[in-house]
Ligand binder design. Structure first.
Ligand code: GTP
Ligand code: MG
Length: 207
């Protein structure tokens, strides 16, 4: 399946989000987990979203149109210890506002490092859309991606997956580098774009 995307615009506050009728699916996760790389791998377009070895690369919401009805949104990463307190707070406010107030956001893809498994802060992000009190609210789709799986040895895989499944999460195992999981994720994203919901998350427990 081909998923071609085009950069539309960036936003540093909600008022700057595009005024369009696409449904948005956002890529969220810790700083440096590989959100921008995953977007490039999904769309097979090198350099579409800017990536970096240094965390804290993406500071704004970046909107990409996909096909005629869907958009992917590359979010700034959270949890980067070296970012100034003010910058971290600004990013946190932006994420919170976008995930709880953006009406046309229909799905969230949360990236988690396959080697670490989900941590508290990540589970909290997964819970945010649950707080949406939008009139249009009618279910919401969440997908958890265990990424950078190319860094797992074969012998580490089962334990890595278990860190997710014990929390009731069935991850899609991916690597932007090897391309593993990309086709599964593309299909899932397009299904969400076409209106598929997921059951209300029941996973929010302490890790
Ligand atoms: P912020 O914008 O800072 O939040 O980071 P990000 O989540 O967008 O991460 P980015 O895509 O910039 O990637 C961070 C680093 O991880 C880069 O050095 C990437 O090359 C590397 N990386 C991303 N995905 C993978 C992957 O699947 N496998 C491996 N081995 N490295 C990856
Ligand atoms: Mg990024």
């Amino acid at each position: 399946m081909k998923l071609s995307a085009e950069f539309r615009s960036s936003a540093t506050h909600l008022g700057e989000c595009p005024n369009w009728d696409r449904v948005e699916i956002a890529l969220a996760g810790r700083s440096n987990v590989g959100k921008s790389s995953l977007l490039n791998a999904l769309t097979e377009t090198r350099g579409l979203a800017r990536t970096s070895k240094t965390p804290g690369r993406t500071r704004a919401l970046n909107f990409f149109s996909v096909g005629t009805k869907v958009a992917l949104v590359d979010l700034p990463g959270f949890g980067y210890a070296k970012m100034s307190r003010d910058d971290a707070a600004a990013i946190s406010r932006l994420l919170d506002a976008y995930l709880t107030q953006r009406e046309r956001l229909v799905g969230l893809v949360l990236l988690v490092d396959a080697r670490r498994g989900p941590e508290k802060e990540e589970l909290a992000i997964l819970a945010l859309p649950e707080n949406r009190e939008l009139r249009s609210y009618s279910g919401f789709a969440t997908v958890v991606v265990a990424t950078k799986c190319d860094k797992l040895r074969r012998s580490e895989r089962a334990a890595a997956v278990a860190r997710f499944t014990k929390l009731g999460i069935e991850p899609i195992i991916c690597s932007a580098q090897s391309g593993e999981g990309m086709e599964t994720l593309r299909r899932r994203i397009m299904a969400i774009g076409a209106g598929e919901k997921s059951p209300r998350a029941s996973v929010i427990v302490d890790p």
